[in-house]
Design a protein around this ligand. Structure first.
Ligand code: ZN
Length: 363
């Protein structure tokens, strides 16, 4: 443990920047934030996670994260910092419960705001969940609607899966008695079955089995593919995806190209991977009729775009909402959009979530 002294700011220095961070399972990013202006001095580095360093303990990964935040903030002379964190946490206190993408199955809590404050006396820190931050950014750009939207759910489909719902009338993201909302990635789901008595069981980053993220996250999609290949799925051997991979194409790029070409294996893979997600969305809409928009973000949905939406739509064609989908067959898909690039950025939302900036994201 060490406390880093803050750099003294002379009277002639420019105002210290508000620094924002976005901490994900793939990248750590930072930038200077000013309300109503584009982010400045955006920087990124590979994430410190149990995937990037298999030997590192959760304690050392957390220490590495704290050191990155403190060193960056102090090095740039910041006085206040907003952090968008890819972790399950108490939204009221900033207490971090765990992060599958960052620290695997470790479930030791971390008082991140408290630890940061202890090491940087005089510096103000605000830590919020990354999905909440992305949702605030998206909501801050909404054009007036008629009738007005009541609730927006934003789902990130990337290294992990989580969602948040914002009530636009109260501008609140309601939470339970532990400060949580929308941790759907670790809900148990039915494992995909690709032939009679041929199901795929997959382990989740959190240590559980057959969770939504185990099949529908970016890593889940890849693990599902490996399982199907290893189980000898008959469509794999002659598939375009197999040829592209054999030629050296990266998995994500090869999958997008194969989907574009209508490769039956790639279509089947995406269909199986999105089934649990479709089940979850259908259930959400059945339980909350005020969900007027569902925004998908994260690498999997944004990279696959229309292919991802078509896969979801095929599930809703098979089974929609009882009665509602008979009255309006397009009811579910008319509510689902994929965020345009940069429109749901946790890094920008990290600035918006800071209390004195709260009015800036008012739709
Ligand atoms: Zn899980």
């Amino acid at each position: 443990m060490h406390t880093v002294p803050l750099r003294a700011t002379a009277a002639s220095d420019p105002a210290p920047p508000t620094l924002v961070f976005d901490i994900g399972g793939t990248w750590f990013r930072s930038a200077h934030f000013s309300p109503g202006r584009p982010l400045a001095q955006v920087q990124h580095r590979p994430a410190l996670s149990f995937h990037s360093d298999r030997q590192a303990s959760p304690a050392s990964l957390k220490e590495g994260l704290i050191a990155y935040l403190v060193d960056t903030a102090v090095g740039q002379g910041a006085r206040q910092c907003g952090v968008s964190l890819g972790a399950a946490m108490d939204a009221r206190s900033g207490q971090v419960y765990g992060s599958g993408p960052l620290w695997g199955s470790d479930s030791g809590t971390l008082d991140l705001p408290g630890e940061l404050a202890r090491r940087t006396p005089g510096m103000r820190w605000q830590v919020a969940n990354d999905v909440t931050c992305a949702l605030l950014h998206y909501a801050s750009q909404l054009a007036p609607q008629s009738p007005p939207l009541r609730k927006i759910m934003l789902i990130t489909v990337s290294t992990g899966i989580a969602c948040r719902t914002l009530d636009l009338r109260t501008r609140e993201v309601p939470v339970d008695s532990f400060g949580l909302q929308g941790e759907i990635g670790h809900l148990p789901v039915a494992p995909p079955q690709w032939a009679p008595r041929r199901t795929v069981d997959l382990r989740c980053d959190c240590g559980g089995h057959n969770h939504l993220a185990a099949f529908s996250s970016g890593r889940g999609l890849r693990n599902l593919h490996r399982a199907l290949r290893d189980q000898g799925h008959p469509l794999w051997a002659g598939s375009l995806l197999a040829r592209l991979r054999a030629a050296g194409a990266a998995h994500e790029a090869a999958l997008a190209e194969a989907l574009q070409a209508g490769d039956p294996y790639a279509l089947m893979l995406l269909h199986l991977s999105t089934r649990a997600m479709a089940d979850t969305l259908r259930c959400a809409l059945a339980l909350d009729p005020e969900l007027d928009r569902i925004v998908l973000t994260g690498g999997v949905s944004t990279h696959l775009g229309e292919h991802y939406l078509r896969a979801l739509a095929s599930h809703f064609d098979e089974a929609g909402l009882y009665l509602t989908s008979r009255f309006d067959p397009g009811y579910i898909m008319s509510r689902i959009v994929i965020a345009t690039p940069g429109s749901a950025d946790g890094l920008y939302g990290a600035g918006l979530q800071m209390r004195e900036m709260a009015r800036e994201w008012t739709p």
